[in-house]
Ligand binder design. Structure first.
Ligand code: HEC
Ligand code: HEC
Length: 216
């Protein structure tokens, strides 16, 4: 029921958002190209459709909704396409992505990837040290590689393959790691994250997620 409501709401707001974008595109021709021309339409449109959960500028303030600001284009697009195709499943995002045309997906991807991520802080200092150790050095005893090798030492990731993690909500990150471990999330090429998550304890997931939230 709740999902159906979200779906209906999204469809309505999307229609509004798109009408707004269409209007702005016409007006944009009068505006000099560059910094000033683009954000108005994009910010307004994002506020209509995705902002409720991901924040108007892609900096989500709700721990279960991932921040999207500054995430790599290729990664965002891949996730939207895979929510739509069913390769990644989520009761909230799947119907939303299913309603997006390829063109809309590209617009959202462009918009969110260009937003500036706001640095966050870790809440649980006790976990941060263990998280840092795992992130930078892995756990050789259990065969966990250093997260930094792919997601980069500062968590900015490496486009196009490896997503940005820095500043992401710990709750979301830990939930994704558990989803990879249980194979509920299975859209990682070559099982790379499922293989790593399978070796992680709950405590390691929490620690890594906490460290990542404060990473900048
Ligand atoms: C009602 C809340 C809600 C709305 C509205 C919403 N999302 Fe999401 N979004 C979520 C949730 C929850 C997740 C995490 C899904 C999961 O756990 O796999 C998510 C995940 C994502 C991801 C994957 C992020 C990552 O780091 O892997 C992308 C990309 C995304 N959303 C884009 C969008 C776009 C674009 C829109 C607007 C067209 C949108 N979302 C609207 C709730 C929402
Ligand atoms: C060998 C490279 C590699 C290593 C090492 C690695 N990752 Fe990943 N990770 C990936 C790839 C590739 C993806 C993107 C999967 C996809 O396409 O959806 C990913 C995705 C993720 C995501 C999902 C991000 C999101 O926004 O939903 C999280 C969380 C994550 N990794 C955490 C970690 C942690 C924590 C470690 C260290 C314990 C780690 N990764 C080590 C390659 C790696």
């Amino acid at each position: 029921m709740a999902i159906i409501q979200i779906r209906r709401q999204t469809a309505n707001t999307m229609a509004f958002g798109l009408a707004f974008v269409a209007t702005c595109v016409v007006h944009a021709q009068d505006v000099p190209k560059g910094k000033a021309a683009e954000p108005v339409e994009a910010v307004q449109a994002a506020a209509q459709v995705c902002a409720t959960c991901h924040g108007a500028d892609g900096n989500s303030v709700t721990p279960i909704y991932p921040g999207l600001a500054g995430q790599h284009r290729a990664y965002i697009l891949k996730q939207l396409q895979e929510f739509k195709s069913g390769e990644r499943k989520n009761p909230i995002m799947s119907p939303i992505a299913a309603a997006l045309s390829p063109k809309e997906m590209k617009s959202w991807t462009d918009f969110f990837s260009k937003q500036k991520p706001k640095p966050q802080a870790a809440n649980n200092k006790a976990l941060v040290a263990a998280g840092q150790k795992l992130y930078r050095g892995g756990n050789s005893a259990s065969g966990i590689p250093a997260c930094a090798a792919c997601h980069s030492p500062n968590g900015a990731g490496i486009p196009a393959q490896y997503p940005r993690l820095a500043g992401q909500h710990a709750e979301y990150t830990a939930a994704q790691l558990r989803a990879f471990r249980s194979e509920e999330r299975a859209n990682d090429a070559n099982r790379v994250m499922r293989t790593i998550a399978a070796k992680m304890t709950d405590q390691e997931m929490k620690a890594a997620a906490e460290y990542i939230q404060g990473l900048r």
